[in-house]
Write a new protein. Structure first.
Length: 324
């Protein structure tokens, strides 16, 4: 089975062709705001302007290889409404064009499935961290259950918010990571874990205030250490509660090497296994949508046109994981 997938929940528009074994082709176009964070309508306009060229690049490969497309998958949510609608419209059009079934994919579940596909993880606790989401999950009774999540903003949002306040350009995460490498001191910042949930809004504000009186590299280092320690703590407790011996790191913030290092140390101390896919599969990409769509279609899951409306607040634990 070969599936074409479209991703465009936020900043990255991406199309990909995959089969059960590998990615056949992928093409992306990234929206970069002139200043500040993501502007939903501007991002949607970017996706609309680049949709034809991105899809054409992938379809050209399909024609060259004489590939028949068996399904069209698209990111149905969660995400920015204007961006989701742009992608859904393109997916419906392609479904009609090729006479191929349509399948709406949960963006968060897709991050998990592509991570498992590309690392070989079997049944992990998942730490999913991105610009819009921060969740600790594990598969229980046919769904990815949320054991802990942010009570306010995501860790990626917190990093970007702090970066803007101290004058770093978007995206802020990689720049904070680089500055943190030259830090000399740790500055105490708010550590907020409530039960199995965490909070990052106060941490981001406190870090911005600390940057007025301390070296920026020290503040970046302290922000990372504090936020990541919170995430690792909840992930470790989820491993114990769910009786899992694997951890999978997923989502764009997962590309941060320090976060991966902290999780790896924790897993080694528990005699567990830590998995993280290569960087290209951490951020938003069409391959994760196409592959998850393939799993769903192979299990008989299809999305009718009437059911293909986008779901900006589509929660991970709403999805029945019938392919497992």
């Amino acid at each position: 089975m070969i599936v074409l997938g479209l991703e465009g929940t936020a900043w990255n528009l991406s199309a990909a062709l995959v089969d059960e074994n590998d990615v056949i082709a992928e093409k992306s176009a990234t929206y970069v705001p002139a200043k500040g964070g993501i502007h939903p309508r501007e991002a949607a306009q970017h996706h609309a302007e680049h949709m034809a060229s991105v899809v054409k690049s992938v379809l050209d490969v399909a024609r060259e290889k004489d590939i028949s497309i068996d399904g069209i998958a698209f990111s149905q949510g969660p995400g920015l409404g204007p961006c989701l609608r742009t992608v859904a419209t393109a997916a419906r059009t392609l479904s009609f064009r090729f006479g191929a079934p349509l399948v709406g994919v949960n963006h968060c579940v897709a991050h998990i499935e592509v991570g498992k596909w590309k690392t070989g993880a079997k049944d992990p606790v998942v730490l999913y961290v991105s610009g819009g989401n921060s969740q600790v999950l594990a598969l229980r009774m046919g769904r990815y259950r949320i054991f802990g999540e942010t009570l306010d903003i995501s860790v990626g949002n917190a990093l970007d918010k702090f970066a803007r306040q101290v004058g770093l350009l978007h995206p802020g995460g990689p720049k904070i990571e680089e500055l943190a490498k030259s830090a000399q001191n740790y500055i105490p910042l708010p550590y907020v874990v409530k039960g199995m949930d965490f909070s990052f809004s106060g941490l981001s504000t406190a870090a911005a205030q600390a940057a007025r009186d301390h070296d920026l590299a020290d503040v970046c280092h302290s922000f990372q250490e504090t936020a990541f320690a919170m995430l690792v703590e909840v992930t470790e407790r989820a491993m114990s509660h769910a009786e899992k011996s694997e951890v999978l790191l997923a989502g764009g913030v997962g590309a941060n090497r320090r976060l991966g290092e902290m999780l790896r140390i924790m897993c080694e101390e528990r005699d567990g296994k830590f998995y993280v896919p290569e960087k290209r599969f951490m951020g938003d990409n069409g391959s994760m949508i196409a592959y998850t769509g393939l799993l769903m279609l192979r299990s008989g899951v299809k999305t009718s046109i009437s059911e293909s409306r986008v779901k900006a607040g589509f929660r991970t634990d709403e999805v029945e994981v019938v392919w497992q």
